[in-house]
Design a protein around this ligand. Structure first.
Ligand code: 1BO
Length: 281
């Protein structure tokens, strides 16, 4: 492997962890498309890959990691436990299955993918903490937890929770949830970070992009990572798009541009709201 073509993303510090501010999201990639996407992202300069047991692509993520030839410690790997596996004992088994598929001894970050009201936070977070103590995961955190459940999870945790991963983009106001995570020293990881295609066609975005000679997606990703403690995991299988998505650290948006982009939030901005989702903020 030659050196990366784009400088790796800066690290975000959160409760003892250091996480690259841009990662490759792998949902819903599968099969060869996924292993090739992971390998090309790592070649370009990504050092953070996000998967989940539910995505059905952990084996291919592992193949991409292997193909990169990078040292294990050079790449931050996240996986997640599906909400049907949160009982004590089941959660730990899910983590072990994920490690076998990924071909790793430990993941850098293990997340509860969605809360499940049928399993108490004390039980699921207790089991999650156990995976850290037993060495299956170097760090732990949650995903799709609204503020109320973040507070419960932090109170129940005996190991630091380093992040909450949730849908976050300019069309959805997540300021309350982000503030709660920051109060607890947690990073926030934005999935669907560039929202729907429609966002990239709004005048606010296209005008800033034209003025700065950047793509619309780069403007939105820059808005993400310019906020304290925010990490974004855009998905792309296209090497050129992957490179653009990582190349967002060589310019800064003004306070006015940041405010204009935040001002795009609207009440119907949420993209992903499955039947099993919790009551959102
Ligand atoms: C239902 C899976 C959402 C992305 O993690």
């Amino acid at each position: 492997m030659t050196g990366p073509s784009i400088a790796p993303a800066p690290l975000v510090e959160a409760n003892g962890a250091r996480i690259p501010a841009i990662g490759l999201g792998t949902w819903p990639m599968k099969g060869d498309e996924c292993s090739r996407a992971v390998a090309s992202a790592l070649e370009i300069g990504y050092r953070h890959i996000d998967t989940a047991s539910m995505y059905g692509n952990e084996t291919e993520v592992g193949e991409g990691l292997q193909a990169s030839g990078l040292d294990r410690d050079a790449v931050f790997v996240t996986t997640k436990v599906w909400f049907e596996d949160l009982a004590d004992g089941e959660l730990q088994k899910s983590a072990e299955r994920s490690l076998r598929k990924l071909g790793l001894d430990a993941v850098d970050l293990l997340l509860i993918h969605w809360p499940d009201p049928r399993v108490s936070i004390a039980e699921s977070v207790g089991a999650l903490c156990e995976t850290k103590r037993s060495g299956l995961a170097r760090h732990i955190g949650v995903a799709n937890f609204p503020t109320r459940l973040v507070e419960e999870a932090v109170a129940a945790a005996t190991e630091p929770l380093i992040c909450n991963q949730f849908e976050n983009h300019p069309l959805l106001d997540q300021s309350k949830l982000m503030a709660a995570c920051r109060r607890h020293g947690m990073a926030t990881v934005s999935y669907c970070p560039i929202g729907k295609g429609e966002l990239l066609e709004l005048d606010v975005i296209t005008e800033i992009a034209a003025a700065r000679g950047r793509t619309a997606a780069q403007i939105v990703l820059r808005w993400q990572v310019q906020q304290p403690g925010v990490i974004a995991i855009p998905k792309s299988a296209n090497p050129q798009r992957q490179a653009e998505n990582l190349d967002v650290f060589g310019f800064t948006l003004s306070d006015d541009e940041m405010a204009q982009i935040s001002g795009l939030a609207r009440s119907d901005g949420r993209i992903l709201d499955p039947a099993f989702a919790p009551e959102w903020d």
